[in-house]
Structure formats: structure tokens, C-alpha cells
Design a protein around this ligand. Structure first.
Ligand code: GTP
Length: 372
């Protein structure tokens, strides 16, 4: 299946870690129940001597006690961990699965060499299916649990009993096939859910870009710029610093469009946006398109001097860009008129914009290609 984007692999690894931390809790409880059952069966068996030889019995009990203790200890650690989303918890869960698998492999080894074979298939099958339910989303971890048990049972049966019968062999191959086909089906649903989640996240990101950016120039649109300005006001109200706003209008842009065509007009607006971005860069300014051929620049922590310097900088960068404007009435190059306004505590966003707009109008009235 095709993956939607490169970030998908990162998300997949993340989700597997989250999933293993969640489902391993149930798996540990199941392990505790199973090992208690085997331990209990070993103790209370009516005819122990028939069932188990002495040494293997001790080995079996040791394995089950380790299984029980490990499960309980990891459950406790996972419950008590201060950061439930810590990366090491995922690692702990994976290593615990391997540890439990080795305990169970040891347990089945003992049961086979003791010739206590009746419970092997039902208990192993149940155990492997509980592993499938808990770990289907991570093939490596699932395999690290299944493989040691499955191989131990097969190989030990081959050497310690009368040999593996064809029926036994088929039984174990059938079980492996069932688990693998089940894993594939469950994993398909897991991947599908993850893909849908990734697509939704991409869609939300795209919507965010569309909602906040001007599609022509890529800079903030009016909505996003106003939101940034509100945030700047809140921030500066706390620190008491002033900040600046520059409102710019391209001089005789209608004539530019008429002379060069609308497409060239679009390129010109994009070039102006780039010029404003590079001018704002030094002062961590925010650039936005306010409408048509009107732009705005917000300069955090700027005083009157910094504001004037920024306006001069913008004019200088535009001059260096040297975009011809043969139809302009003020220059043979593209120029802008700029209105400057300084925010001080108590000034609202509306008042600040009105101030910059008024100054821009004045700059135009006085002949354009200047700042006021
Ligand atoms: N190419 C292009 N033109 C645009 C876009 N948005 C607005 N315009 C044009 O910008 C022009 C603005 O014209 P006016 O408001 O008369 O302003 P002006 O010609 O620059 O005159 P002054 O501002 O007084 O110097 C109009 O011709 C609009 O069509 C755009 O996205 N692309």
C-alpha cells in the first residue's frame, strides 16, 4: 500500500510504541494468570511423580516464578512511571515480551521432556493468540514472542519424544498460519486507521495554510496578520515596550497592471513580498498582505527610530530590486508609499491600523514614493 508521506514512518513508529505500552498491560495480566495456573497445576497435581521429573519441575517452577515476577514488576513500573509517554517505557515493554517468551519456551521445554504433553497445545495456542491480540501492530515484537516458543516446542518434540508425528507438525504449522493470517488482517486495520489519521493531519495543516496565508505571495493574509497583531498587543501590554506598524501601498499599481498585464502584476507583488520579508528579517518582523496591492509589516519592540530605519530599509531594498515601472508617474521603477504608526500601551489594534492608514494617505498626498 502507498504511504501518504515520509512523516508516516515516524508516526508509525510512534503509534507502535504507544500501542505496545497500552496493550502490554493486558498481556502482562494474562501472563500472570497463565503462569499462576501452571504453578498451581504443578503444586496441586494429584500424581506429580507421573507428571514431572524432579529437576525439570524445579526448572518449570523457576521459569513460572520469573514470568510472574517479571510481569508484576513491569506492571508496577508502568503504573508508577512519572511520565507515561516516556520513550523508555516502550523499550521496557519490548524487552519484557522477549523475557516472557524465553520463560514460556523454558516451560514448554520442561513439559515436553516430562512427557506432560496434554496441556501443551491448548495452553501454547491460547498464549500465542493473546500475544497476537496484544502485539499484532508490531511484527518484530510479536515474532520475538512467538518464535522462541514455537521453535522450542517443535525442536524439543523432535528430540525428546518419539519424534514429531506428521499430525503434530501439521498442527503447529496450521497454528502458525492462523496467527500470521490473523496478524495481517488486524495489522491492515491498524495501518488503515493510521493512514486516515495522517491524511486528516495533512488536511488540517493544508487548511491552516490556506486559512492563514496569501496564496499569491505566501505571506500571512489579513486574518493571520491581525491575529499576530492582537498577540503582539497582548505581549507588549505586559512588557510595556512599543512596537511599530508599517502600511505600504504600491504606487500606481493599476497603471502597472494596465501596462505590463495582470500576470506581470502578480510577479511584481510577489517580488515586493520577498523584499518586505528580507527587510523585516533583521528585526524579526512579520509581513502580511492586507489586500490587493497593500502590505503591512509589524516590527516587535520597535521605537520611532527603528520604525523609520525599517521604512528606509524597505525603500532601499525595493530600489535595489530595480523592478521597471514605465507607466508610473513618480519613478521609472516600482516604488511604494508607506504609513508608519507606533503602538504604545492603551492603543487598540483598530486605532493602530487607522493611524498607519492615515499616515499612508498623507504619504500619497505628498507625492508617493515616501514614508510618513
Ligand atoms: N496583478 C494583480 N493586481 C492586483 C491584485 N490585487 C489588486 N490588484 C490591482 O491593484 C490595483 C490597485 O489599484 P488602485 O487601488 O487604483 O491603486 P494604484 O493604481 O496603485 O494607485 P495608488 O495606490 O493611488 O498609487 C488594481 O488595478 C487591482 O486590479 C493582484 O492580486 N494581482
Amino acid at each position: 500500500m502507498k504511504k501518504p508521506c515520509a512523516a508516516f514512518d515516524v508516526r508509525l513508529a510512534e503509534m507502535r510504541t504507544i500501542a505496545i505500552k497500552t496493550s502490554v498491560t493486558w498481556f502482562l495480566w494474562v501472563n500472570m494468570m497463565f503462569s499462576s495456573f501452571i504453578l498451581g497445576r504443578n503444586y496441586f497435581s494429584a500424581s506429580q511423580s507421573e507428571v514431572l521429573f524432579h529437576h525439570p519441575a524445579a526448572l518449570l517452577e523457576t521459569m513460572m516464578v520469573i514470568d510472574l515476577t517479571l510481569s508484576a514488576a513491569v506492571l508496577f513500573i508502568m503504573r508508577m512511571a512519572p511520565l507515561q509517554n516516556a520513550q523508555w517505557l516502550g523499550g521496557l515493554a519490548k524487552w519484557t515480551v522477549i523475557g516472557l517468551s524465553l520463560c514460556w519456551a523454558g516451560c514448554f521445554f520442561v513439559l515436553i521432556v516430562s512427557n506432560d504433553v496434554r496441556i501443551i497445545f491448548p495452553s501454547a495456542a491460547l498464549l500465542l493468540f493473546t500475544a497476537l491480540i496484544s502485539l499484532y501492530f508490531d511484527p518484530k515484537v510479536l515474532l520475538s514472542f512467538i518464535l522462541p516458543i514455537w521453535l522450542t516446542i517443535l525442536i524439543t518434540s523432535l528430540f525428546y519424544r518419539d519424534g514429531l508425528t506428521v499430525m503434530n507438525g501439521l498442527q503447529w504449522i496450521f497454528l502458525a498460519g492462523l496467527i500470521e493470517s490473523g496478524r495481517r488482517i488486524l495489522n491492515r486495520w491498524f495501518m488503515l486507521a493510521l493512514r486516515r489519521e495522517q491524511e486528516n493531519a495533512d488536511l488540517i495543516q493544508q487548511l491552516g495554510l490556506l486559512a492563514n496565508h496569501d496564496p499569491l505571495t505566501g505571506i500571512a493574509n489579513r486574518r493571520a496578520f491581525e491575529a499576530q497583531m492582537d498577540q503582539a498587543i497582548l505581549r507588549h501590554q505586559q512588557d510595556g515596550n512599543s512596537f511599530g506598524l508599517i502600511m505600504l501601498d504600491v504606487d500606481h499599481f493599476k497603471l502597472y497592471n494596465d501596462y505590463y498585464g495582470h500576470q506581470k502584476g502578480d510577479l511584481c507583488l510577489t517580488a515586493i513580498a520577498r523584499a518586505l520579508e528580507s527587510a523585516a528579517l533583521t528585526s524579526s518582523g512579520i509581513v502580511g498582505r492586507f489586500g490587493g496591492e497593500e502590505f503591512v509589516v509589524l516590527l516587535p519592540d520597535a521605537d520611532a527610530n527603528a520604525l523609520e530605519t525599517a521604512a528606509q530599509n524597505i525603500a532601499a531594498i525595493l530600489q535595489a530590486q530595480n523592478i521597471p515601472h514605465a507607466a508610473s508617474l513618480v519613478s521609472d521603477r516600482v516604488t511604494v508609499s508607506q504609513g508608519l504608526a507606533l503602538w504604545q500601551p492603551g492603543v487598540t489594534a483598530r486605532e493602530l491600523i487607522a493611524g498607519a492608514d492615515k499616515a499612508l494617505y498623507q504619504a500619497k498626498q505628498e507625492g508617493r514614493n515616501r514614508y510618513k
